[in-house]
Design a protein around this ligand. Structure first.
Ligand code: NAG
Ligand code: NAG
Ligand code: NAG
Ligand code: NAG
Ligand code: NAG
Ligand code: NAG
Ligand code: NAG
Ligand code: NAG
Ligand code: NAG
Length: 887
């Protein structure tokens, strides 16, 4: 059997030497192959628009290869081979497969999966050139060889976002090597060590020329005839006469996009006429050539009998979940009314809502938003200008907003939506302030006045402090390093501090400074913001575990006790900071090839986490004497970077912290419960209880009376004096005023300040009671300030040590002077934009160890650890063959 395959290989190769000009392509849909007869469906397909799944296939022993062979050159989604027996190589099925596009992926992730196939000995996808999207997973095929011999990275087109996992196949040590033992084919494996099986090397295309090209080619290079190259062609360089396009094929050329034509199967551009000729419908919306009208279109017969799709956003659209949005996709005018009722609080629907309703400018009927806990604002109707009210709710209301637990805003600031007829109805929106609703009066074109019956000042905004009483926080970045930032807030004063439990700091990566607090936010707490809770009154906080050289957006919010049965939080506006640069991670992949006996060309990709501006690459190389075990191995051209710990790990990225209550939480809807009790993690429960115990009471009136009576101030000042003069640790012994119960922290406050305050009070004992009280208040405030400035040492941001003046400082000197010596790096220094280097004047047939480091600007010793490979130079004989081939 296996031999037969070998024979067949050679025949295939002969066939390929005379490419057959089969122009007609035959398109098939997704296919499931479970038995031999299913191959019939696949046989004549040249393009599968969809996926191919071969699963639980049991091939009989005497199967003829001709029964398996199919014409498929392209699969637009994915290929899965699962638990199939009797299958030795995929070459017998897919000898022509050139591309897997990965437009839709298996489990949203995989484009090629080969899993648990007992007899599979090789993949043999000999013509495969590219897997455009998705991961590769080849696992648990006990007989499978020639997996590690494939340059998967090349197949992925050097994409850094795709990955491959190869596990539990036959150990490469027990597998044959590329081109091994078969002298006949040796000429074919000369230039590469990558292969699909013993006889077929991996196809690689000639890279574009970079020199002697027309100027217009820019950095893309050109082919030998001087035609400019383009990434749009996969099989070649020029987009003319290209046989496989990366994106779209149009009139024999590869293009990025279909201009003034229709997309067919996401791979071809056709004219309306061509689309019709295929018995399909050209759809103006999105310019697609489709086989049936999409959801929000209805089929109509054109005057000359052709079927057409007409967009129809007509009717009353009731959106309860994301799936309901299909019918509204791309609507500009909703000819009718829109009801939003997001009762399924488990679904994350906000971004789908934003995307689907993005284009809506006008609703001819009414808009009703009710029972939608996930909504925080109505700004998902980003472009809405008018609600006409041709149809009204109860003949009266054009906009009805009711029982939306988290709704805080209506439209984006400065956005006016004209309400042409009727009036509005707002009830039971506990976080939406009454005054925000009243501002809609100017949009009500009917002139009807908003009445209390329609908009209740009681049922709206009862859980927030509305109007002027909302306070703001003013945070500042005090210090920053590459992974952490210290934020400091203004002092909280007298009235506010009583109910303050702490602060929450919300932050997210923000490449642009256009983040808003409501972006991607979801009332039920799923959002893109990460959150740190600081359950103390301290006005400083350090956010750590940040990414170096990354811009973040942040805002701060108070956490308050809700004894008042309402939320009295202060917010900051959104601010930005950028972390400092740091040492780069190693370059992500290094490749080396030798085309001549004296030369090695090294290519690499930029580091995955540059952590700053990469201004230099440093290349080093040396002759490498192979040790015995190494010499027995075979494939050295693509060894992984030696220091495995330096390889970046995906899990570095933090998962967003899901702040707020989860829908499955008990009592989620129990409105009697205070927001924070259901909103905050256990942390706050604990701290809240603790705080309860040492509850601070600024019993103002009582104190004031005591002050007038004159006695307590005396004793307070006295006790203050004794404590400051004796020992700072005894201050807590003050007894007469309850104000000093906060002094669990006072031992750390500077003595000078408290004694100043005490002096101030003492000198006023004989003054007017009002002035006395004022002084007393200042004193307490001073203390409160100090209480917010404690534990400074906990908020230190560590900084890199500066460079030593003496470049030869010893370790001891460095420690003593708190400085570091800048490492001298030898090697070839290249600019940060160059990603290749030619090593020349090498010895033939020798291994070289080549290493590449990436260096970040402005960081001492900011060069990455080296990523190293071993590459062997060609033999002199190979040079000769090269030469003769050129004749
Ligand atoms: C496939 O093509 C061959 C040759 O053109 C033809 O004989 C055969 O009937 C076709 N099979 C299918 C299933 O269309
Ligand atoms: C991937 O990168 C290597 C090295 O830079 C280059 O030779 C090769 O052509 C690239 N492959 C693709 C498909 O871009
Ligand atoms: C494309 O093919 C045509 C016809 O075979 C040929 O005349 C033309 O030169 C080719 N163009 C390129 C850029 O190779
Ligand atoms: C058929 O009608 C459509 C629109 O009504 C028009 O675009 C098209 O050119 C017509 N086709 C023919 C063959 O008349
Ligand atoms: C912010 O600006 C960038 C670039 O202009 C844009 O891609 C992005 O969508 C904007 N984000 C928001 C939330 O507006
Ligand atoms: C990185 O480069 C950008 C653009 O050239 C420059 O604005 C920025 O200041 C540089 N950053 C550092 C840390 O050198
Ligand atoms: C490699 O081995 C040769 C011969 O054993 C020796 O002369 C040479 O110095 C070695 N080179 C290195 C870099 O170790
Ligand atoms: C930045 O400062 C934080 C807080 O002191 C510290 O934990 C962290 O290690 C520092 N980062 C670096 C790269 O020094
Ligand atoms: C590097 O070497 C390759 C292979 O010999 C050659 O094609 C290329 O032009 C060289 N590049 C430079 C910049 O010298």
């Amino acid at each position: 059997m296996y031999r037969k395959v070998d024979m067949w290989h050679s025949m295939l190769w002969l066939l390929l030497l005379w490419p057959v000009a089969t122009k007609t392509e035959s398109i098939c849909e997704s296919l499931e192959i479970r038995q031999l007869s299913d191959f019939e469906k696949l046989r004549n397909c040249s393009i599968v628009v969809g996926h191919v799944r071969i699963a639980n296939l049991q091939l009989p022993g005497n199967v003829s290869l001709a029964d398996l062979r199919c014409e498929v050159t392209e699969i637009t989604d994915y290929l899965m081979i699962y638990r199939s027996t009797g299958l030795f190589t995929l070459e017998s099925i897919f000898p022509k497969l050139r591309i897997i596009r990965g437009q839709n992926l298996l489990l949203d992730r995989y484009a090629l999966t080969v899993y648990e196939n007992r007899n599979l000995r090789e993949l043999g996808l000999v013509e495969l050139l590219r897997i455009q999207k998705g991961f590769i997973r080849i696992e648990s095929n006990p007989m499978l060889c020639f997996v590690e011999t494939v340059d998967w990275i090349y197949l992925l087109g050097n994409s850094t976002t795709q990955h491959f996992a190869i596990k539990h196949n036959k150990s490469p040590n027990h597998c044959p090597v590329c081109g091994g033992r078969s002298a006949d084919y040796s000429y074919r494996v000369k230039k590469t060590i990558n292969c699909w099986n013993m006889h077929t090397s991996q196809r690689r295309l000639i890279p574009p020329k970079t020199e002697g090209c027309p100027k217009s080619c820019g950095s893309n290079g050109c082919d030998s005839k001087g035609n400019c190259c383009s990434r749009n062609c996969i099989t070649g360089c020029s987009t003319q006469n290209c046989t496989l396009c990366a994106n779209f094929l149009r009139n024999g050329r590869c293009v990025d996009q279909c201009y003034a034509s229709y997309e067919l199967n996401k791979r071809k551009c056709v004219s309306a006429k061509e689309c019709r000729q295929l018995n399909l419908i050209p759809l103006t919306q999105g310019y697609r050539c489709v086989d049936h009208c999409p959801n929000n279109h209805k089929p109509v017969l054109g005057g000359n009998g052709t079927l057409q799709c007409q967009m129809e956003c007509k009717g009353v659209f009731h959106v309860k979940r994301a799936a309901d949005l299909d019918q509204l996709q791309d609507c500009v005018t909703i000819n009718g009314s829109l009801i939003i009722e997001l009762v399924d609080i488990k679904e994350k629907v906000i971004s789908a809502l934003e995307q689907a309703l993005d284009k809506v400018k006008e609703i001819t009927g009414y808009l009703k938003v009710q029972h939608s806990a996930p909504l925080m604002s109505l700004s998902f109707l980003k472009n809405l200008d008018t609600i006409r009210g041709d149809e009204l709710i109860e003949n009266k209301y054009v906009l009805s907003v009711m029982n939306n637990y988290h709704l805080e805003h209506i439209w984006k600031a400065n956005r006016q939506v004209a309400l042409q007829r009727g009036t509005i109805f707002f009830h039971l929106n506990p976080r939406l302030c009454y005054d925000k609703i009243l501002k809609l009066q100017s949009s009500i074109k009917s002139g009807l006045k908003i009445s209390i019956a329609d908009v209740s000042p009681n049922s709206n905004g009862e859980r927030v402090v509305c109007g002027n009483s909302i306070r703001s926080l003013d945070p500042q970045v005090e210090d920053v390093n590459s992974t952490a930032v210290r934020i400091v807030l203004d002092y909280m004063m007298w009235d506010d501090i009583e109910t303050l439990i702490g602060y929450s700091y919300h932050y997210m990566e923000a490449p642009h400074t256009n983040v808003t607090m409501y972006d991607g936010r979801h009332g039920c707490g799923h959002d893109n913001w990460l959150m740190d809770v600081s359950p103390t009154k301290n006005r400083r906080h350090v956010i750590s575990n940040l990414k170096p050289y990354t811009q973040y957006a942040y805002f701060v919010k108070t956490l308050t006790r809700t004894d008042y049965h309402m939320q009295i939080d202060a917010y900051s506006t959104i601010q930005y900071f950028r972390t400092l640069p740091s040492k780069s991670s190693p370059v992500s992949h290094v490749f080396g090839t030798s085309d001549y006996s004296t030369q090695i060309t090294v290519n690499w990709w930029p580091p995955r986490r540059p952590n700053g501006n990469i201004t230099r690459y440093i290349v080093n190389y040396e002759l490498h004497n192979l040790t015995e075990p190494e010499a027995n191995g075979k494939n050295y051209a693509n060894v992984k970077p030696f220091n495995i710990n330096d390889v970046d790990c995906e899990c570095y990225d933090l998962e967003p912290y899901y702040s707020g209550p989860q829908p499955e939480d008990e009592n989620y809807y129990n409105k009697e419960q205070s927001i924070y009790e259901d909103a905050l993690p256990d942390l706050i429960y604990v701290s809240r209880r603790n705080l309860e115990k040492k509850k601070e009471k600024f019993g103002k009136v009582k104190d004031f009376e005591d002050l007038i009576a004159g006695r307590p101030i005396e004793s307070m000042v006295n006790s203050k004096k004794t404590s400051t003069t004796t020992s700072a640790t005894t201050t807590t012994s003050t007894t007469t005023t309850s104000t000093t119960t906060t002094t669990t922290t006072t031992p750390k406050t500077p003595v000078t300040q408290s004694s100043l305050a005490a002096d101030a009070i003492q000198s006023t004992t004989m003054e007017d009671p009002e002035i006395q009280y004022e002084k007393y208040r200042q004193y307490v405030e001073e203390k409160m300030r100090m209480a917010q400035d404690t534990d400074l040492e906990e908020f230190v941001i560590l900084h890199d040590m500066p460079k030593c003046d003496n470049a030869n400082a010893s370790i001891a000197n460095q420690l003593e002077q708190k400085c570091v010596v800048e490492e001298e790096l030898s090697g070839i220094s290249l600019s940060g934009s160059q990603l290749y280097y030619n090593l020349t004047k090498l010895q033939p047939n020798q291994y070289y160890r080549v290493s590449v480091r990436a260096c970040v600007d402005g960081v001492i010793n900011g060069c990455s650890n080296p990523a190293t490979i071993l590459v062997k130079t060609m033999s002199i004989e190979a040079d000769l063959t090269n030469f003769s081939e050129c004749q």
